[in-house]
Design a protein around this ligand. Structure first.
Ligand code: CTP
Length: 408
């Protein structure tokens, strides 16, 4: 039997060679067995793969394995691990050459598939034709493209063709929602989210995974407000703006969906999109249900889609309309939504060609209105003897008065 050896693999080797901070270290163990690791105090995680946590560092150690596809989806894999599986065999089952390098215990680089050369060439290239065995890799490559685009990385033409093949085979439909969701959020959270959408469009996957977003490309908007004209390009610009500001994933997800209604406008009405913030709402809900988006993500996406146009008009709104905006967004009961809601509206306003620096005083106006309203305390008001309806009216009046007073 071959003796045991441990190698650092995957993202840690790649990021170190790129001069980036290494966030997580994954290890591969050859020449060993689950029993041997368990005996030394490693804890097993995951039922289908032989992955273990180190007793002290809690880093992931996986036994070298090969994988072969059998049937659809994530569970359609036959996994083979035994002490004879070599490091090279384990690296060969991996997605990209830049992810298929290892370091041995003495720090030597093991790079059987030209990962370092591809790093130098700034190329995201598949390791082998087995790339197509896992459809999630379509989303992974798009995510890496979005993450490393600022360093000059591009997707290799042959790899893009394999991504088109996977899409055409219908395999994307077999992806589990939770795997899709975390990849989508990963892509939107990358440094250049627009590239994520570009790559998914190029291989046809956007039309399968998010047809409501794909449809926005080619839909014109009025040049006066949107010098970039194309709605899909506008969505990309809002995402890149949010990324530059470091806004969180839920804001980016809301931006992805904020203009879905524009994809429903009849071409005869282009470039105007009357009521798009309302017509898009059922689509936003559909997408969230399909992707099983967490409630907080869904709720933010819904209010951003419904209220972004109203928020842009905050400066000109009468106090009663400003109050209605706060009520519709449920900001009185859910003040934690205020910040992300305003971040999304600001990103929409500034995610337009040549208008990225425009002032957005609406942020402060809405914040001040909410503060003024929150300071109204019904407990200190004269409400005795009034009906429920009258009480409601009185509180409303006091809130409107508070906003007017604050704006004077
Ligand atoms: N991998 C793969 N195919 C997948 C998922 C993972 O080939 N569908 C391989 C890649 O070699 C990858 C490694 O498993 O490098 C670890 O996966 P993961 O932690 O998801 O990615 P990292 O490359 O470590 O990137 P990150 O920095 O995002 O964690």
């Amino acid at each position: 039997m071959s003796s045991e050896a441990v190698y650092l693999v995957g993202g840690a080797v790649r990021d170190e060679l790129l001069g980036l901070e290494v966030r997580e270290r994954d290890w591969v163990v050859t020449g060993s067995t689950p029993e041997a690791l368990l005996k030394r105090g490693y804890r097993q995680v995951g039922a289908s793969f032989p992955v273990f946590l180190h007793p002290e560092t809690a880093e992931e150690y996986a036994l070298a394995r090969t994988e072969r596809k059998q049937g659809h989806g994530y569970h359609g894999f036959s996994v083979d691990f035994h002490p004879g599986v070599s490091l090279e065999e384990d690296l060969e089952r991996r997605d990209l050459t830049i992810n298929a390098m290892a370091r041995d215990a003495r720090g030597g680089l093991i790079d059987p598939f030209g990962g370092q050369e591809d790093l130098d060439k700034r190329l995201l290239r598949h390791v082998s034709p087995a790339f197509t065995e896992d459809p999630l890799r379509v989303l992974r490559v798009a995510r890496f493209a979005a993450r490393f685009s600022h360093l000059g990385f591009l997707v290799d033409a042959g790899t893009l063709q394999l991504m088109r093949d996977i899409t055409a085979s219908g395999e994307l439909q077999h992806l589990a929602e939770e795997r899709c969701w975390s990849e989508l959020i990963g892509g939107l959270s990358a440094q250049t989210p627009s590239v994520y959408l570009d790559v998914l469009r190029e291989c046809g996957a956007l039309a399968v995974l998010l047809p409501e977003v794909d449809r926005l490309f080619g839909v014109p908007q009025p040049e006066q407000y949107h010098p970039e004209i194309d709605t899909g390009v506008h969505v990309q610009m809002t995402l890149d703006y949010a990324a530059r500001q470091g806004y969180p994933a839920e804001v980016r997800f809301a931006l992805l969906l904020h203009d879905l209604g524009k994809g429903l406008t009849a071409p005869e009405e282009w470039p105007s999109h009357h009521d798009h913030e309302k017509t898009g709402l059922p689509l936003v809900r559909d997408v969230c249900a399909r992707l099983r988006a967490p409630t907080a993500f869904r709720d933010l996406a819904v209010i951003v889609s419904e209220l972004h146009v109203l928020c842009h008009r905050a400066e000109e709104l009468r106090p009663s309309r400003l109050l209605a905006l706060l009520e519709q967004a449920d900001l009185l009961r859910r003040p934690e939504r205020l910040e992300p809601f305003l971040q999304a509206c600001e990103s929409d306003f500034r995610g337009r060609k040549g208008l990225e620096q425009r002032p957005y005083p609406q942020t402060n106006t809405v914040k001040a209105a909410l503060e003024a309203v929150a300071a109204v305390k019904p407990a200190s008001m004269e409400l005795e003897g009034l009906s429920g309806e009258q009480i409601g009216l009185k509180i409303r009046e006091a809130r409107i008065e508070a906003i007017s007073h604050q704006r004077r």
